[in-house]
Ligand binder design. Structure first.
Ligand code: MOS
Length: 758
């Protein structure tokens, strides 16, 4: 693969701004989201969900609902319990099952499925089902009676102990010792959680928005006891996922069972409030951070202990100490993550799953330490910058943190900041400037791809990747165009379907690196086939030329001596229907049977912090100005600057949108977003987007994105680090730091609201 990079031609489309190849389809409504797929004569499902958070179902009164005209079936644990096993989830522990038993683990758990001839009838019938419960007192959150704390079982995430952090902290000249917290948050993608299931001759087709079609297929196959080859999952367009559509959830298998029982396709579009409990969300977290430093600002001790809220039976955790332990040079490090079980649904990935909640306390603590030391917060980070991973001692493949901080500071005008809190004003508004670092590990997974060229020169690329709104279709087209010397618009890309060559989960900022490497390899395979055909042929201007000297570019093959032939001429002369290239890409450190693993729904991913040769991370810097009204304490964010160094950028246009979207979400995450939990009933009380506040246009003023150039040939052959998650990381801390700078009030529990500043 390294050859691919060396051969990259000038005038290459890689790294040039490219509008989305699917943009027209999206704005004209031709892009089919899974619930838009036309299926013959569908019945409609409506989910019955639990009204209690803990206990058992005594019985259902279904007569009233079943007597309604148009009601086809009602599935409950009493009549279908054995027809599907619970899905395998991304954590240890017993899943919060639905319909397999009478047990209630959380409010809003699926306890039944009503199937009817129309959505309206199904919904009405669901309201006529009466459920009798044996209710137990639930624990809602941290500190609730009955919540159980446990030390996390070290699984994927390790706890770190480098030398003697306790001793070094006790002996430190300057100490910072604080607690922080982040709230429950929900993704609230525009697209709801939908599932449509169609059976035909014992084979099942599932239309469902998914970040991992092969994973969903394998999971449903396991649940229904089927051969995965008899299931097809289709998810061509996804209306926002952000982690919520990454893992299998219980609903899919039940809709499949429902469709089998009523012998017709069944379509489910769950409601917005159901989406809060039938899928995952960002767990509430607590943190204890201790920093020890010399008077000159050198860190001598770092301790970070986290607590994450999870469901009663499962151990899901994100353990972001993997990242916080690696941010700064420090000789003594101790990290630990604990779980707290409560009667809540199981959390999951949400944009920058570990770093959003875990970098918040570290980057606030660094700001607090800087103030204590009388050192500028950027200078404190410079003093503690490091080219080596302080945990493993391995080098970072590249690390441009200081370039990001410096370029961001320049654009933001940081040098004009008066460090004294409360010293900067704009009329009635207190002005605060805050900064924080961002980081995200560079992950990559095994993947496969196929590229085909037809005699007319049209190119088709097939890969079961996923465009979750990020621009993945376009990135694939750019990669293929680059390898085959055609324009990106000439490339047709097929993704999001298990009939295509397997690719991995679109998550963890891994997808661009993952799919571009497989696509480039497949296209190169195809290019070599074309060149070989042209040069080994008896006819044509390239006959007898050395294949290695032939360049395919701008629709022509050209030899070193200038002999040239149009690509379409070569293809015509070959008189075959189409030429094909197929390739599997197994990144360094990934299992050699990685592509087979994908068929089984496993994730052959190499994580940036678990590599044996280097530690691979992207870095960034967030700068925020806040205005806090002197009397009302209203908080506004007039401008944000984000600078990011993430290796090679395939498409600066969509990359810019990704970064910007992440930063805006960071604003929401810091100031607006919190899922409120009723402490008595352990129930979400603002499960709608009227009361769950996300940032809207009026909240967002000037957002500047700086893409700091970065070359990194260690990270992977194309030098792509991935950008999906890092844009949000650190924004919450930069805002909290800016609020402190404006007001002198340090808020360590998100979101920061007017009442915190009164
Ligand atoms: Mo991303 S939150 O890992 O889908």
């Amino acid at each position: 693969m390294s050859e691919t990079m060396e051969q990259r031609r000038t005038g290459s489309v890689f790294g040039k701004p490219q509008v989305r190849i699917d943009g027209r389809a999206k704005v004209t409504g031709r892009a089919l989201y899974p619930s838009d797929e036309a299926v013959p004569a569908p019945a409609w499902a409506f989910l019955l969900t639990s009204a209690i958070a803990r206990g058992r179902i005594k019985r259902f009164d279904l007569e009233d609902a079943l007597s309604m005209e148009g009601v086809l079936d009602i599935l409950t644990h009493e009549n279908v319990g054995s027809e599907a096993k619970p899905p395998k989830q991304m954590a240890a522990g017993e899943p919060t099952t639905t319909l397999q038993s009478d047990r209630i683990w959380h409010d809003g758990q699926i306890i039944g499925v009503v199937v009817a001839t129309s959505y309206e009838i199904a919904r009405e019938a669901a309201s006529r089902v009466h459920v009798h419960y044996d209710q137990e007192k639930p624990a809602a959150s941290f500190g609730s009676e009955g919540a159980e704390e446990e030390v996390r079982d070290p699984g994927e995430h390790q706890d770190y102990a480098v030398d003697d952090a306790e001793g070094a902290f006790a002996a430190a000249e300057v100490k910072l010792d604080q607690f922080y917290g982040t709230p429950t948050q929900h993704h609230n993608a525009i697209e709801l959680f939908t599932t449509t299931c169609v059976w035909e001759n014992g084979k099942l087709t599932i239309f469902e928005p998914s970040q991992f079609v092969y994973g969903l297929r394998a999971n449903v196959a396991q649940q229904l006891g089927m051969d995965p080859g008899d299931i097809r999952v289709v998810s061509k367009f996804i209306g926002g996922a952000f982690g919520s559509k990454g893992g299998a959830t219980p609903r899919t298998a039940w809709i499949a069972v429902a469709a089998r029982r009523v012998s017709r396709p069944v379509k489910l579009v769950a409601t917005r409030d159901q989406g809060f409990t039938i899928a995952t969300y960002r767990a509430e977290t607590r943190h204890h951070v201790q920093l020890g430093a010399t008077r000159e600002g050198k860190l001598t001790a770092l301790r970070h202990e986290g607590w994450e809220l999870t469901s009663r039976p499962m151990d899901y955790n994100v353990s972001g100490t993997d990242t916080t332990a690696r941010m700064y040079a420090c000789p003594n490090i101790l990290t630990k993550v604990n779980l707290v079980h409560a009667d809540r649904n199981t959390p999951g990935f949400m944009r920058a799953p570990p770093e959003t909640p875990y970098m918040f306390p570290l980057e606030c603590a660094m700001d607090e330490l800087a103030l204590e030391l009388g050192i500028d917060p950027i200078e404190l980070r410079r003093i503690n910058d490091t080219a080596t991973d302080p945990v493993s001692g391995r080098p970072f493949s590249s690390r441009s943190l200081m370039q990001c901080l410096d370029q961001g500071a320049e654009r933001f005008g940081w040098k004009d900041r008066d460090p004294t809190p409360g010293s900067m004003r704009d009329g009635e508004w207190l002005v605060g400037w805050g900064v924080a670092s961002a980081s995200y590990p560079t992950n990559i997974a095994a993947s496969s791809a196929r590229a085909t060229i037809r005699p007319d020169g049209s190119v088709r690329v097939q890969i079961a990747g996923h465009d979750i709104g990020t621009g993945a279709y376009t990135v694939v087209a750019i990669t293929a165009a680059d390898e085959l010397g055609v324009s990106p618009e000439a490339v047709t890309v097929e993704m999001g379907d298990t009939t295509l060559p397997p690719a991995s989960l679109a998550a963890g900022s891994s997808h661009t690196a993952t799919i571009t490497h497989a696509v480039a390899k497949a296209c190169r395979e195809l290019r070599e086939r074309i060149v070989r055909a042209a040069t080994t042929s008896n006819e044509g201007p390239l006959a007898g030329q050395a294949p290695a000297q032939v360049v395919l570019s701008d629709g022509s093959l050209t030899a070193e001596n200038g002999a040239t032939e149009a690509l379409t001429e070569v293809l015509k002369r070959l008189s075959v229907g189409a030429l094909e290239g197929y390739a599997e890409n197994i990144p360094k450190g990934a299992p050699s049977d990685g592509v087979n693993m994908l068929y089984n729904g496993a994730m052959p991913m190499v994580r940036g912090h678990s590599r044996e040769d280097v530690t691979a991370y992207a870095f960034g810097a967030q700068f925020v100005e806040v205005h806090v009204h002197r009397r009302t304490c209203e908080i506004r964010v007039p401008r944000m600057v984000g600078a990011f160094a993430c290796g090679r950028i395939v498409n600066p246009l969509t990359a810019h949108s990704q970064y910007m979207g992440g930063m805006i979400w960071g604003l929401g995450s810091a100031l607006l977003e919190k899922t409120e939990v009723d402490p008595v009933h352990a129930r979400y009380v603002n499960a709608n987007i009227a009361e769950y506040h996300v940032a809207v246009n009026a909240d967002v003023r000037q957002v500047d994105v700086i893409m700091v150039p970065e070359e990194d040939s260690e990270v992977n052959p194309l030098g792509v680090k991935g950008i999906g998650e890092i844009g949000i990381v650190g924004v919450n801390a930069a805002i909290a730091n800016a609020v402190f700078h404006a007001t002198g009030r340090r808020v360590r529990q998100l979101p920061i609201r007017i009442e915190d500043l009164l």
